[in-house]
Design a protein around this ligand. Structure first.
Ligand SMILES: [Zn+2]
Length: 133
C-alpha cells in the first residue's frame, strides 16, 4: 500500500486481528515522508455471499442494505450511526451460521437482524419488524 499523503512506499509497524468484526487493523508508516496512517482488511461479503429470496435469481449480499435497514430502525436514537455500524457487525457475525453453499436466505438475514435489534432496543425492533414482516 502506498502513502496517502505522498504516494511513497510504506511498511507495517503494527497489526491486530479484531476478532469480533473479523478484520485486521494495521498501522503503516511511509518510508519517504514518515507519515503514519491506519488500514483495515475485511472480508468482501458482496463477493463471498449470495442471497436467495422467494425463488428469484440469487443476488450478492449487500452489507450497505443491511446497514441502512438497521440505521433506519435506529433513527430515533442520537447514536444511530454508530449503533447501526455495531449492529451490522453483530448481524454479519451471526449470519455465518445460516450459510449453506455460500448462500443465505433473505428471511434468515431479517431474523438475525430482528434478534440483534430485540436485544438492543425494543422500539428499533418493532420498527424493523414492521418493515420486514
Ligand atoms: Zn508519504
Amino acid at each position: 500500500m502506498v502513502c496517502t499523503y505522498c504516494g511513497g512506499e510504506t511498511k507495517v509497524t503494527n497489526s491486530r486481528h479484531q476478532k469480533k468484526s473479523n478484520q485486521v487493523w494495521r498501522r503503516r508508516q511511509c518510508l519517504a515522508c514518515g507519515a503514519t496512517f491506519s488500514t483495515s482488511e475485511a472480508v468482501d461479503y458482496e463477493l463471498a455471499w449470495l442471497v436467495s429470496k422467494g425463488g428469484k435469481a440469487l443476488r450478492p449480499f449487500s452489507r450497505d442494505k443491511l446497514f441502512l435497514s438497521l440505521y433506519d430502525s435506529c433513527a430515533h436514537r442520537k447514536t444511530a450511526l454508530s449503533d447501526a455500524r455495531g449492529l451490522t457487525e453483530t448481524v454479519i457475525s451471526k449470519l455465518t451460521g445460516y450459510l449453506s453453499n455460500g448462500t443465505l436466505q433473505a428471511g434468515d438475514i431479517a431474523r438475525a437482524a430482528q434478534v440483534a435489534l430485540n436485544r438492543f432496543d425494543k422500539a428499533a425492533s418493532v420498527h424493523y419488524r414492521a418493515r420486514h414482516p
